[in-house]
Design a protein around this ligand. Structure first.
Ligand SMILES: [Zn+2]
Length: 81
């Protein structure tokens, strides 16, 4: 049984072959992906560094900040129709 902290899917299981031929399971943290638009899936522009940067400057401060500019324009238009 793996350690309790490794019993989660937020930790990746990687099979590694040792020099003796035995295969063991190593655990690696999943790498965070690039923030993407919630509608079209394109990467959001301008958001590159996620750590050490204030929360306010990671995303746009406008409504529909989780969408790219093109999709948020469409969303705003649909809202006011
Ligand atoms: Zn989009």
């Amino acid at each position: 049984m793996p350690q309790r902290r490794l019993r989660t899917r937020s930790v990746r299981r990687v099979p590694r072959r040792l020099p003796g031929g035995r295969t063991v399971i190593r655990y690696e943290r999943r790498k965070g992906g690039h923030p993407r638009c919630g509608r079209c899936g394109r990467p959001l522009p301008g958001v590159t560094e996620l750590r050490g940067v204030p929360r306010s400057s990671r995303r746009a401060s406008r409504p529909f900040a989780d969408l790219c500019s093109r999709c948020s324009r469409e969303a705003l238009k649909a809202l006011h129709r």
